[in-house]
Design a protein around this ligand. Structure first.
Ligand SMILES: C[S@@+](CC[C@H](N)C(=O)[O-])C[C@H]1O[C@@H](n2cnc3c(N)ncnc32)[C@H](O)[C@@H]1O
Length: 269
């Protein structure tokens, strides 16, 4: 196990520089995408791992692409989404591919020093299996939902052996889907349901065992500053426990994120 990110002082010291970067972001309104807490964690981990190739699955308006490029100006980026109809920022260092990342020919891309960012609400366990197959060992997971929450099978749920027993389409997704059907029924269904994820995962031991066998490092990144309870209305205990905030009193943080889960860094053996 590497203890690369366990130095809280290192994280705290990065906040001021990060907030100056964050305040220059091209997309100021990013509902449906990353807020300040997840943006900091992405920026921090990227600069420490320092990959030369970043694969991004789930682009939305392009905020995370901008952040990847800003953190690692020399990295080559591959940005995947099933629809770029929302794109507002286009990155000069990125190749944009409108399909699932697992349906791309990686045979001519050197992934020996690469990292994958999964922010696509797909079965995360399957995403890591795919990453492993393509030779990617570092991953950042955006949606690490606690048991019983979220719209995709998360690593927390794998580790808790809880499965993902509900239909993996949240009330929010259904509402959004209703509003946006006019874009393209097929495209949106593909986007929200995702053609790779199993919709229901039974509680099981084997996913957890297989995951733990491959994990070299698993770290839930702390938030900078969040409210007293999660977006689900739960206190931050038990299933909802989170790492300590690293900048609870920073005057530069203008607004609190309504947090519901925390960025997670994974290194596979
Ligand atoms: C939460 S948003 C991404 C936010 C973005 N990373 C940001 O904060 O800047 C999720 C995105 O995942 C995309 N998505 C859904 N299914 C996908 C798939 N199979 N492959 C890639 N992207 C997918 C959706 O179209 C949506 O744009």
């Amino acid at each position: 196990m590497t203890d690369r990110f366990t130095d809280t002082i290192d994280m705290q010291n990065s906040v001021s520089e990060f907030l100056d970067v964050y305040n220059s972001r091209p997309i100021k309104e990013n509902a449906g995408g990353m807020g300040v807490n997840h943006s900091w964690a992405l920026w921090f981990v990227l600069r420490h791992v320092n990959p030369s190739v970043v694969v991004e699955s789930g682009v939305w308006k392009g905020h995370s692409t901008w952040l990847i490029h800003t953190a690692l100006p020399n990295a080559k980026i591959y940005s995947f989404d099933v629809s770029f109809s929302r794109l507002e920022y286009k990155c000069p260092a990125s190749t944009y591919i409108e399909r699932d990342w697992s349906l791309f020919d990686w045979s001519n891309v050197d992934l020996s020093n690469s990292l994958a960012l999964f922010d696509d609400h797909q079965n995360c366990y399957n995403r890591l299996i795919q990453a492993y197959w393509y030779g990617i060992r570092h991953a950042i997971i955006e949606d690490n939902y606690p048991t019983g929450q979220g719209d995709c099978y998360s690593l927390k749920q794998v580790i808790a052996r809880s499965g993902a027993p509900k239909i993996q389409m949240s009330a929010n997704s259904r509402k959004r889907l209703g509003r946006e059907l006019y874009y393209s029924i097929q495209e949106r269904l593909y986007q929200y349901i995702g053609h790779h994820q199993h919709r229901v995962i039974s509680p099981n031991d084997y996913d957890s065992g297989n995951l733990q066998q491959r994990l070299e490092h698993y770290q839930i990144m702390p938030p900078l500053n969040v409210g007293k309870e999660s977006m689900y209305g739960h206190p931050w205990t038990g299933e909802y426990a989170r790492p300590e905030e690293i900048a609870p009193d920073d005057p530069k943080l203008q607004q609190l994120d309504r947090a519901y889960n925390f960025m997670t860094y994974v290194k596979m053996k």
